[in-house]
Design a protein around this ligand. Structure first.
Ligand code: ATP
Ligand code: MG
Length: 474
């Protein structure tokens, strides 16, 4: 779903607390787009790297007499030699006209309607040029657009010209239009030069553009890390000061952006940058949780490092696994506390998970769909300690074994538990059955002694009682 259909925001704090300045002049007055058309011989963008669906839809629109371009992140990424995540098309055709042209298409979005066009298994998003009517000279919203008292746009549903559309985009490097027929890049705001000099520059007055949509602050940090660009000085300057505005962004939109940060392949750099700009505490609840409650920084940086590596190798990453890891320290602390108070290890773990889930429901806004994976990964951890009888075999067959195993390895790597356990499981998985049998622990410490001796250590749990609680015993 396009960013501009997600503006609805909640308002809590008056803007003058964040900045004393009065800031309502229309930013569009300060920008005069000047078109420069860049030919193939200069930009060298290889048309074959564009999704055939995006090219076809753009050419079909042009053939039907409309103006149509590939726009935004895809053009930027191709110029930087990166693989675009998605392809967006922009046109002067209205949603109904686009819909009428493509049999396999549907109009989506209520406030700002756009069209999804399908070719085979591919989908491209086609939107109509957006208008420039924003706040007027007195800072009042026009009939079509509504901004709150902070300047944040609540609704933005006006169609416009290409020159107007370009000014509504966030950064100059995201405002290039590519015509696949003529192989031309249309550059109104010197975005091409900024790509070449690796400068991330916001379009218009930085203060005002962040107030319109504070998510742009996070986009700046993510894109700078992902594209290896420097945030231009004027673009970077108000970021720290405006950070509190992020609190008014709807939690689901904030969550989406935080997830993008965590899964962009450069999460470690982003998190470090967020910290250095003062965007870490009291701002993004999930990141705040990572910073304050996870004393074990090593575990977190290992998790982010391995996530970055997986994303960069184009391997899949499960957000449920990631959240399980980011919140693990909270579970561990609560688990230990309960055991220290005399609770048995498995019920203690179970209650620790329950408490954490309840607390995070209020604070972290992690969608419920991730709950099951997180809880399962956590609850399976003690089962890796059961290395006798049929237990290891049963664990291997568990549908979530792989995730729980990877998680356990991270715990070993961070030094939380003994690496010997990780090595044993690594070997056990790959061994032949006869070898597996010989690896099994035969003389486990009698139940009572073990329980008493390890009462205060969450990681060294009572394997006998866990085995019998989590699965059938042999
Ligand atoms: P990526 O897809 O790699 O996350 P992107 O720039 O393509 O980066 P999208 O969310 O796909 O991000 O957005 C497509 C385009 O829409 C952007 O390139 C930009 O022109 C515009 N855009 C996205 N978000 C905003 C925003 N918050 N404010 C203004 N323009 C935006
Ligand atoms: Mg994109």
């Amino acid at each position: 779903m396009a960013w501009y259909s997600q503006y609805l925001v909640m308002i809590h704090k008056p803007f003058h607390r964040i900045s004393g300045k009065n800031s309502s002049a229309s930013f569009s007055e300060s920008i005069t787009p000047e078109l420069r058309i860049i030919q193939y011989k200069e930009h060298g963008l290889i048309r074959n790297n564009i999704s055939p669906c995006a090219t076809k839809v753009t050419l079909d629109l042009q053939e039907a007499g409309y103006s149509a371009f590939i726009v935004g992140g895809a053009v930027r990424d191709l110029l930087l030699g990166l693989k675009p995540k998605d392809f967006d098309i922009v046109t002067n055709a209205k949603p109904e006209e686009i819909r009428a042209l493509f049999r396999r298409s549907r109009i989506i979005g209520r406030r700002f309607r756009l069209v999804h066009v399908m070719c085979g298994s591919d989908t491209v998003e086609v939107s109509t040029f957006r208008g420039d009517s924003f706040t007027n000279k007195n800072g009042k919203s026009t009939p079509h657009q509504h901004a709150d008292e902070h300047g944040r746009i609540l609704r933005d549903n006006v169609f416009g010209s290409q020159e107007e559309d370009v000014k509504r985009r966030d950064f100059t490097v995201n405002a290039l239009f590519y015509d696949p027929d003529r192989e031309e890049i249309w550059d109104y705001l010197c975005g091409y030069g900024d790509i070449k000099s690796k400068q991330l520059r916001i379009i218009g007055t930085p203060l005002q553009r962040y107030r319109e949509d504070p998510i742009r602050i996070l986009r700046a940090i993510r894109l700078a890390a992902k594209l290896d660009m420097k945030i231009d000085a004027a673009t970077a300057q108000p970021i720290g000061e405006l950070a509190p505005l992020l609190q008014n962004v709807p939690p689901s939109r904030l969550f989406d952006e935080v997830l993008k940060i965590l899964l962009c392949g450069y999460a470690q750099i982003c998190v470090a940058d967020l910290r250095s700009r003062g965007l870490y505490h009291g701002l993004l609840p999930i990141l705040d949780m990572i910073a304050t409650e996870s004393v074990d920084e090593r575990f977190i940086s290992l998790v982010l490092k391995s996530t970055d590596e997986r994303v960069q190798q184009e391997k899949s990453v499960s957000p449920g696994f990631l959240f399980a890891a980011l919140l693990w320290h909270g579970v561990l602390v609560a688990w230990n506390k309960r055991m220290a108070a005399g609770e048995k290890s498995f019920p203690a773990l179970h209650m620790a998970i329950k408490d954490l889930m309840e607390a995070q429901e209020k604070r972290l806004v992690i969608p419920r769909r991730y709950d099951a994976v997180m809880q399962e990964i956590w609850a399976m951890q003690p089962r890796f300690l059961g290395r006798s009888g049929r237990r290891p075999f049963r664990l291997l067959e568990h549908p979530r074994f792989r995730a729980a195993y990877d998680f356990m390895l991270l715990r070993c790597e961070s030094g939380e538990i003994d690496i010997e356990l990780g090595n044993w499981w690594k070997k056990f998985q790959n061994a032949k059955t006869s070898e597996q049998e010989s690896m099994l622990f035969r003389n486990e410490v009698p139940r009572k002694r073990r329980k008493r001796g390890r009462r205060n250590e969450a990681v060294a749990v009572d394997t006998q009682s866990i085995g019998s609680t989590l699965g059938p015993t042999e």
